[in-house]
Design a protein around this ligand. Structure first.
Ligand SMILES: NC(=O)c1ccc[n+]([C@@H]2O[C@H](COP(=O)([O-])OP(=O)(O)OC[C@H]3O[C@@H](n4cnc5c(N)ncnc54)[C@H](O)[C@@H]3O)[C@@H](O)[C@H]2O)c1
Length: 282
């Protein structure tokens, strides 16, 4: 995908950047000129980026990684991408250690890293935070109750924090993708993947690089009138203002598929609250 952004001079931390969506985000940010540091529980090797092994559920490890950043006003931008899907099963039978880990990584990990980084952004007088939520957090998905709850928590956290910080020149946004072609989804098995594809208006899984495009845009000044949004990357439901801004900036993107979103709302997903469009439906 050819689109690049101008992120020269920006220092960015990407959690969970060792593979899949986080890796695609890191690669695009590096190609756009940013200095990127990956914080991942596993060792990461992405050309042009540096990395630390950090478990985002461990506050001591987060502080140690923060102290290794080259300057006290860094990072300019934080991408909270690290996530854990956990087991897919009925909640009544879900082992508590697993659903507690889902909350610990996806919700509390995002909050921990954000709280650690924020004093630096406040001192610097600017900042961007992009949180990774999920369609599960907007819709609630059966057999993924804990993951859905954690993701909904990330969305609410994003909304609340963005209200606190918009006046301080720190914007907090949230991307909530539908199913993306990564190990997290493929590990669910062929039947589950085929069901997701059948349920998708686009009739395919999204690509990690497509999510990366939206995240990168939210990192740039082009999104400077988007202090808060929840953008369902690839899934064509998106809140109105951010949809307009993004679709105008990227007319070639999936976010502009307003016709599909409209049909989807009418025929398939009448319960959507936030289905609006980058352009008005024909
Ligand atoms: N794949 C999808 O369809 C999809 C859809 C919606 C949202 N998401 C979200 O996007 C993000 C990335 O998903 P993915 O499919 O690339 O996942 P993935 O499982 O392929 O990669 C997750 C990355 O996060 C890292 N990680 C996990 N736990 C960590 C921890 N405690 N500390 C530090 N790093 C940790 C892993 O090592 C890995 O590198 C997640 O937050 C996920 O919930 C994914």
């Amino acid at each position: 995908m050819p689109n690049l952004y101008d992120l020269h001079g920006k220092s960015i931390v990407v959690t969970g950047g060792a593979k899949s969506i986080g890796r695609a985000i890191t690669e695009l940010l590096v190609a756009s000129g940013a200095t990127v540091r990956i914080w991942d529980a596993n060792p990461a090797q992405v050309s042009g980026a540096s990395s630390d092994v950090v478990d985002i559920t461990d506050p001591v490890g987060i502080d140690a990684a923060l102290s290794r950043l080259p300057a006290p006003e860094q990072p300019d931008i934080l991408v909270n991408n690290a996530g854990y899907l956990g087991k897919t099963q009925s909640f009544v039978a879900h082992p508590s250690e697993d659903w507690q880990r889902i909350l610990a990584v996806n919700l509390m990990g995002t909050m921990r890293v954000t709280q650690a980084v924020l004093p630096r952004m406040l001192r610097a007088g600017h900042g961007r935070i992009v949180n990774m939520a999920s369609l599960a957090g907007k819709e609630g998905l059966a057999t993924l109750a804990a993951y859905s709850a954690a993701s909904a928590g990330v969305i609410a956290f994003t909304k609340a924090l963005s209200r606190e910080l918009a006046g301080r020149n720190i914007f907090v946004n949230c991307v909530a993708p539908g199913p993306i072609d990564t190990d997290m989804i493929r590990d669910l098995g062929t039947d589950a993947v085929n069901a997701m594809i059948a349920d998708s208006p686009m009739k395919r899984l999204g690509a990690a690089s497509e999510v990366a495009q939206l995240v990168a845009w939210l990192c740039t000044d082009a999104s400077r009138f988007t202090p808060y949004s929840t953008c369902p990357a690839v899934e064509p439901g998106i809140e109105r203002n951010s949809a307009r801004n993004y679709a105008m900036a990227r007319p070639d993107s999936n976010v502009g598929v307003c016709g599909t979103a409209f049909k989807c709302r009418k025929r398939r997903r009448p319960s959507y609250e936030n289905v609006t469009y980058g352009r008005d439906p024909a």
